[in-house]
Design a protein around this ligand. Structure first.
Ligand code: NAP
Length: 482
């Protein structure tokens, strides 16, 4: 049994490690520093924020579509938190290899896991592994310049199917259908621009398995589809089915009401004869289609040649059931965007069916359902990949409240000195990056963007993609400032 922190005001700061520097981790760290216990002077805290990537911001940097600049407001808020200097950032540090749980136990009184969910949920239908079938989250990682995905993405399909009716499906469909030149004002890396520019795509089909009143995306994101230049939206009258639950949802949920209104207006304005559409690309929105099989054909065995759906109908409760009618769409690529899924962490119990760390309000549980002292979770790895970025704040508040409730019984770290962990990383040869390093990389990326202005195009930033380049720029002359 390890020693516990003495009751009352501790003689030294409470040492907390946060694993994951996305919004969930930064919010948790920020909320802890602003807690009454800390602001009243009853408690002092020393917080280190670790991330496996050399740069902070997690899914904001590697999950938000580049043409969503309003998200920048969130980045600015996170920047302000980390720029205060009371939370240390260590990037390029992998939990489980560069730092183990035992290391964290040695140096910190509490550990908060905020590792999110970055992988695609599985879709278990025949043919999902054919060449030309992709995970939407992987594609997002590619267009967002994630350092651990290949730089090249095969964009050879003229007709593409996107499965899912959430915001990721819309992001994927929008980026696939948009003309690359219209993305050139964003921070997309050069390889992404070149890949999209060469894409021969003409038609992107998005498929929801339920009806227009059961979509998971949000009104702004839906409306945004109509802003893509030279891309016509196409809808199908036979997909507009509403059951009792749909009517109820339309009455009681403003977002659903708005989206059904938008879709209904679009279909009303659409020419009856689709050949009258003039854009060079089309984005089709289909509802009541449940994916059954991705298929190949004799001309190219092993490669996507199309996708089969079973038509569905609403069952009165807002759920859909199969009608026994099947329909095929010849497409050369399939993207599944049916949700993210969390990844297990070394030495921490994991719920493989939900993709989360088992927890009770953020207190990490062991296989027997008992709280593991000193371990906490927050964000998508705590509650699953649902909700907008802002929702993560409430989550962090709950987790931090419990951590503070537990603080007098936390297992006290035997080596709590704040420079010991730096020495350990250095001794292991980990090329960790720091906040000052991020400022250097940030300035570098902005500079790259500024230089594009000389070529007549103002870009706020161009992302640096390769990990070694990110690390090199971040560590250039700034290794001794921690
Ligand atoms: P999501 O919102 O959960 O949507 C998943 C979609 O996949 C749903 O339409 C779901 O249909 C469908 N689906 C699930 N399993 C399926 C299956 N076996 N076959 C066919 N369809 C299936 O997930 P997400 O799009 O990954 O988004 C995750 C979170 O991030 C959401 O909260 C989202 O709003 C947020 N996000 C926001 C933005 C933004 O721009 N604001 C961008 C990206 C992500 P059912 O409803 O029938 O289950």
């Amino acid at each position: 049994m390890s020693a516990t922190l003495p009751a009352g005001t501790p003689a030294r700061p409470l040492r907390v490690a946060v694993i994951g520097a996305g919004p969930a981790g930064v919010y948790a760290a920020d909320i802890l520093t602003k807690s009454e216990a800390v602001t009243s002077g009853a408690l002092t805290v020393s917080i280190d924020l670790f991330d496996r990537y050399p740069a902070p911001y997690g899914l904001i940097r590697y999950g938000v579509a580049p043409d969503h600049p309003r998200i920048k407001g969130i980045v600015n808020a996170l920047h302000k938190v980390l720029d205060r200097g009371d939370i240390r950032f260590f990037g390029n540090v992998d939990f489980g290899t560069d730092l183990t749980l035992a290391d964290l136990r040695t140096h910190y009184d509490a550990v908060i896991f905020a590792t999110g969910a970055i992988k695609d949920a599985d879709l278990n239908i025949p043919g999902i592994d054919l060449a030309g079938s992709f995970g939407g989250a992987d594609f997002v990682s590619w267009y967002d310049g994630h350092p651990d995905v290949p730089r090249e993405w095969p964009l050879e399909a003229k007709e593409i199917a996107v499965i899912g009716n959430g915001n990721v499906a819309l992001d994927v469909a929008r980026i696939l259908s948009k003309h690359a030149d219209d993305l050139l004002v964003t921070e997309i890396p050069d390889n992404v621009y070149a890949g999209l520019k060469a894409s021969p795509v003409t038609d992107v089909h998005v498929f929801g398995r339920r009806g227009p009143a059961q979509v998971k995306f949000t009104p702004l994101e839906l409306r945004e589809l109509s802003h893509s230049k030279d891309v016509d939206i196409v809808l199908y009258a036979e997909d507009f089915e509403f059951d009792e639950a749909s009517d109820e949802a339309i009455q009681s949920n403003n977002q659903i009401k708005t989206m059904v209104g938008t879709l209904t207006n679009w279909i009303a304005e659409q020419p009856e004869d689709l050949s009258e559409l003039t854009a060079s690309r089309r984005l089709h929105l289909h509802f009541l289609h449940s994916p059954v099989e991705v298929y190949d054909d004799a001309s190219a065995p092993g490669t996507v040649a199309g996708i089969r759906f079973e038509r569905t109908e609403l069952d009165g409760t807002g759920n859909a059931r199969g009608t026994g009618e099947f329909v095929d769409y010849p497409v050369q690529a399939v993207y599944r965007a049916i949700g993210y899924f969390g990844s297990a962490l070394p030495e921490v119990d994991f719920d493989h069916s939900k993709g989360v760390i088992p927890n009770d309000g953020g207190r990490v549980l062991d296989a027997g359902g008992t709280h593991v002292p000193g371990l906490y979770a927050t964000g998508w790895i705590k509650r699953g990949p649902v909700g907008l970025i802002g929702h993560t704040k409430g989550d962090a508040l709950e987790t931090i409240t419990l951590l503070l409730e537990d603080r007098e019984t936390l297992p006290a770290a035997p080596a709590p000195a704040s420079d010991a962990v730096v020495a350990l990383l250095e001794e292991r040869g980990t090329d960790f990056t720091t906040w000052e390093g991020w400022l250097a990389l940030d300035a570098h990326e902005r500079d790259l963007g500024g230089r594009a202005a000389d070529a007549g195009l103002r870009r706020e930033r161009i992302k640096v993609v390769p990990r070694d380049e990110m690390v090199e720029i971040s560590r250039g002359g700034v290794t001794a400032q921690v």
